[in-house]
Design a protein around this ligand. Sequence first.
Ligand code: DC
Length: 238
Amino acid sequence: MTIPDIIIAVDGYSSTGKSTFAKLVAGEFGFLYLDSGAMYRGVALAAKEAGAIRADGSVDEAALQALLPSLELHFERKEGATRLFMGSREVEAQIRTGEVGALASPVSAYPFVRAWVDERLHAFAAGGRVIMDGRDIGTTVFPDAQLKIFMTADPMVRAQRRYDELSAKGGTDTLEEVFQALQERDYRDSHRETSPLRQAPDAYVLDNTHMTLHEEVVWALGVLQGKFGLYETPGLSC
Ligand code: DC
């Protein structure tokens, strides 16, 4: 079965499993996976390291703006995974901390940061055959993406998944605290002025509250087959 060289946009709330889903789809159908959230996390890390985050956690807008012209972020494939680099330094571990994740939310609300990231996402996706996940990929970054998917799941189920993930890494937050933080992040991401998280009207909704990863990929295959008139069913490796 040949899927055309399209752009697939995957948006949705945090902890809905967007990146896991997008990575699996990329692997099954030979697409390049790009994580737009990693770019915002990269900018947040750069801001932290450059002292553009004040002691009270607020963002020094002028300092943030000043660091962007010399900031270089890109992805590289390493051991089968796509990793973020800041210049020649791999920063994958540093951008995945809770602290940097929390900073990425206010940093991503600045229109000049979004413009900076969007410009790079367009360059990375040139040539197509890309699946990109984020919050505004199908609405703002690639409004003409040939396939848009909006992921959602029951908030408590999402909190439980996040809690399990954090606990496995030695985190000590309670389920209630994780649930609260998730609610706050959802609110901030969907109420900011620039590019809020919204479902594109032409997006296919994937609610994975009660789905396994295999079922999610089978669902994606069904959508691709229906949309592009492909009737042959390939074997899936997941
Ligand atoms: O998906 P994530 O947790 O890695 O995203 C980190 C932050 O970046 C999150 O607060 C939302 C923001 N983000 C965004 O505003 N737009 C995107 N396209 C992707 C992420």
